[in-house]
Write a protein that binds this ligand. Structure first.
Ligand code: HEM
Length: 414
C-alpha cells in the first residue's frame, strides 16, 4: 500500500514538471544532484517521511552529477593505488574490531553496532586522515560521519547543510600527513589547470555522496554475509577451513593473504548477488530512442534497473534463492561491470567509483572475523529462526540487528 503511494508520488511530480504547470512542493535541491540522493538510497522510508513534511503530492528534482565529476572520482577512488594507500585505515579498524570481539568472547554481540563502527572508521579515515576518531578530532564539528549525515539529511535545509560541511572541510584541511579525501577534493577545487571548474559546492556534494555511499554499503554487505554463513553451516565450515588452511598460524589475516582466498571471494560474490546493498540503480535517462527486446524505449525515458530482482531471476541463475557460492567456481562472472546479471556496483560510466575499496574492505574484514572466531547463535535460537527480513533505508539492509556469539579460535593463533 505504502509502496503504491510512493510510486504515485514520483509519477505525479515528474508529470507536473514536464507540463510546466504549478509545481507541487518538494525538498530543496542540492546543487548538481538535486534530490537524487533521496530517491537513490532512501527510497521507501524517506519518500514516506518527505511526503509527511511536504505533501502526499510532491516534486522530486532528479538532476544528476555531471559525467566529468564522475571521471575524477573514478580515476582517484577506483584505482587500486588509492585502495592500497588506505590499507592502514582498514587494518587499524579491523584490529579494533578484533580487540572488541575478543573482549566479548562467549557473549552475545550486536554485530550491527560493531560493523557500522568499523565502516565508519575506515571511510572516516579516508576522508579526514589519521586524526579521525582521535581526541584531536573530537572537538570538530561532528565525531561520527554516518550519524551526523543522517541527522543533517533529515533536519537541515541545503542552506544550513553546506556551511556546516564547509566548516568541517576548512577546519580539517591540511591537518593529516597523508593526503586524504578532503585534501584531494580541495586540491581539485584549487587546480586552475582543470578543463572544468570544480566549485566549492561540487566538492561538498561529492564529499557527502562518497561517505553515505561507502559506509552503509560496506557494513550492510558484511552483515548479510555473516547472516548467510550462520544460516548455512556447510558454507561457514568450508570458508573457515579455506582461510585457516591457507593462513596457518598467525595473529591475523594480512591484506596480502586475501587474494589467495578463492572460496571467500565466491562467498562475497554470492552475498552481492542475493543482497545487493543498492537494490535499484540510480535512474538513467535514455538519450535517444532504442529497443529492449521487442519494445521501443523513447528518448528521455527514466530507466530503473532492479539489481535485486536480476540477482534472483530463475532465468539467469539455477536455484536462485539458495546461498550457493560454488555457482561461481570456474565462472568468469564478476561484479566489475560487464556481467549484467551481477550488478551490485552498477555498470557502465556510472559504475561505483568505490568498487575496489568497498570489495577489499568486505573481503578483508570477513577474512579476519572468520579466521579468528567461531560464531554461534544465541542460546535456544535455531538457524531457521534467524530473520532475513530486509528493510529499505540508506541501503537494503537487515530489518533487525544480527546478534551472534564470538568464540575464540585460539588453536589457530601463533
Ligand atoms: C560494498 C560496497 C559498495 C557497493 C555495493 C556500492 C554500490 C554502488 C552502486 C550500485 C552505485 C550506483 C552505480 C550506478 O549507478 O551504476 C554506487 C555509486 C557510488 N558509490 Fe558505491 N558502493 C560501495 C562502496 C562504496 C565506497 C567504499 C565508496 C567511497 C568511499 C563509494 C562511493 C560511491 C559514490 C561516490 C557513488 C556515486 C557515483 C556517482 O555520482 O555517479 N561506494 N555505489
Amino acid at each position: 500500500m505504502k509502496e503504491e503511494k510512493n510510486k504515485r508520488i514520483v509519477e505525479a511530480s515528474l508529470y507536473a514538471a514536464a507540463k510546466g504547470i504549478k509545481l507541487p512542493p518538494g525538498p530543496p535541491k542540492l546543487p548538481l544532484i538535486g534530490n537524487l540522493h533521496l530517491l537513490g538510497n532512501l527510497r521507501h522510508r524517506s519518500l514516506e517521511n518527505l511526503s509527511k513534511k511536504y505533501d502526499s503530492i510532491m516534486l522530486l528534482q532528479l538532476d544528476s552529477a555531471p559525467m566529468e565529476m564522475h571521471k575524477v572520482f573514478i580515476s582517484e577512488l577506483l584505482s587500486m593505488k588509492t585502495v592500497q594507500s588506505f590499507a592502514y585505515a582498514r587494518e587499524t579498524e579491523v584490529d579494533k574490531l578484533i580487540t572488541s570481539l575478543s573482549q566479548a568472547l562467549s557473549e552475545l554481540v550486536n554485530l550491527n553496532e560493531k560493523i557500522f563502527a568499523l565502516a565508519d572508521g575506515i571511510i572516516g579515515t579516508v576522508a579526514f586522515g589519521k586524526i579521525y576518531g582521535t581526541d584531536q578530532f573530537k572537538d570538530q564539528v561532528f565525531p561520527n560521519v554516518l550519524g551526523e549525515a543522517m541527522n543533517m539529511l533529515v533536519s537541515l535545509s541545503a542552506e544550513d547543510f553546506f556551511p556546516r560541511i564547509g566548516r568541517i572541510i576548512d577546519a580539517l584541511t591540511g591537518i593529516s600527513e597523508q593526503e586524504d579525501f578532503v585534501d584531494f577534493l580541495i586540491r581539485l577545487m584549487k587546480d586552475e589547470s582543470n578543463s572544468f571548474k570544480v566549485s566549492e559546492n561540487c566538492v561538498k556534494v561529492m564529499f557527502f555522496d562518497a561517505f553515505i555511499g561507502g559506509i552503509v554499503t560496506t557494513s550492510t554487505t558484511i552483515l548479510w554475509a555473516m547472516s548467510e554463513l550462520i544460516k548455512n553451516p556447510r558454507v561457514m565450515n568450508k570458508v573457515q577451513a579455506e582461510i585457516r588452511n591457507c593462513i596457518g598460524k598467525k595473529a591475523k589475516v594480512e591484506g596480502k593473504d586475501v587474494s589467495k582466498l578463492k572460496y571467500l571471494k565466491m562467498v562475497v560474490k554470492e552475498t552481492f548477488r542475493l543482497h545487493p546493498p543498492v537494490p535499484i540503480l540510480p535512474p538513467r535517462e535514455a538519450m535517444r530512442e532504442f529497443k529492449v527486446g521487442e519494445f521501443d524505449i523513447l528518448p528521455k525515458t527514466r530507466i530503473l534497473v532492479n539489481v535485486w530482482a536480476i540477482g534472483r531471476d530463475p532465468n539467469g541463475w539455477e536455484n536462485p534463492n539458495e546461498f550457493y557460492p560454488e555457482r561461481f567456481d570456474g565462472s568468469r562472472i564478476d561484479f566489475r561491470g560487464p556481467d549484467f546479471n551481477l550488478l551490485s556496483f552498477g555498470a557502465g560510466r556510472q559504475i561505483c567509483p568505490g568498487l575496489d575499496m568497498g570489495a577489499t574492505n568486505v573481503e578483508f574484514t570477513l577474512a579476519n572475523m572468520l579466521y579468528l572466531f567461531h560464531w554461534e547463535l544465541p542460546n535456544d535460537m535455531k538457524r531457521e529462526d534467524i530473520s532475513m527480513e530486509e528493510e529499505g533505508g540508506l541501503a537494503c539492509q537487515r530489518r533487525t540487528p544480527l546478534w551472534l556469539v564470538p568464540i575464540s579460535n585460539s588453536s589457530q593463533l601463533e
